[in-house]
Design a protein around this ligand. Structure first.
Ligand code: PRP
Ligand code: MG
Length: 212
């Protein structure tokens, strides 16, 4: 029998919660922590541990059939990808923030400013919709340090507890979107694996109901 191939985050905040929901669905994964691939003993499923940002392309290419991923990543680079379920965990915001000392009035204040971010499409769409033009600097991590080292006037990144902003003397001034983990599906998924997906969805729905 064919196995359904699921991508989950390799390391980071989604990783643990993603494995937990599979576990709660009664799916045990043989976890070789350093392995990039694992299988389930009791469900025809293979897990691929991947970098968040790579997952939309893997789904598109049909290298994996499904993924547990932050909605924010799909909004940034996978708007074409179908969301089968919202999973209710890993809730966060994607926000614009500026140094605490800045007197902020409105989104127009970003006109001509340098913004460091890992979410260029999200920022650009947001600012375009407000008629604001800014200068985006794409960096892949530790974005919040950018204003302190003179690389940018502002940042756009994920805000969860808010502690990273706080520690870097920044304040959230615009919430562009809210996000949570979702189950995303490859447009290339086969008929045979869609049957497995439906089984998994059924289990996930029961788990989510029980969590409420
Ligand atoms: C993420 C994100 C924010 C922070 C938000 O970074 O990029 O910086 O978490 O969480 P908080 O509001 O609870 O502080 P992460 O620590 O995953 O590292 P990275 O940016 O280097 O990928
Ligand atoms: Mg960060």
């Amino acid at each position: 029998m064919k196995k359904i191939r699921i991508a989950i985050q390799k390391s980071g905040r989604l990783n643990e919660d993603s494995l937990q929901i599979l576990k709660d669905c009664g799916i045990s994964i043989d976890n070789g922590k350093d392995q990039l691939k694992a299988s389930s003993r009791n469900f025809p499923l293979e897990v691929f541990y991947l970098r968040n940002g790579d997952i939309p392309q893997y789904l598109r290419d049909g290298v994996v059939d499904i993924a547990i991923i932050g909605e924010n990543v799909l909004i940034e680079k996978g708007e074409d990808i179908y969301i089968a379920e919202k999973l209710g965990f890993s809730k966060c915001k994607v926000s614009l923030a500026v140094p605490k000392s800045v007197k902020y009035k409105s989104v127009k204040d970003f006109e001509g400013k340098r913004i460091a971010t890992s979410y260029p499409n999200t920022v650009k769409n947001y600012l375009d919709s407000k008629g604001v033009k800014a200068d985006l600097h794409i960096i892949n991590g530790s974005v919040e340090i950018a204003p302190n080292i003179g690389l940018a006037d502002a940042i756009c990144d994920i805000v969860s507890s808010g502690s990273t902003l706080f520690k870097n003397n920044l304040k959230e001034v615009e919430v562009m979107l809210t996000s949570e983990a979702v189950l995303a599906v490859s447009p290339q998924i086969s008929q045979e694996r869609t049957v497995l997906l439906e089984d998994l969805r059924f289990r996930i729905q029961s788990v989510l109901r029980a969590r409420q």
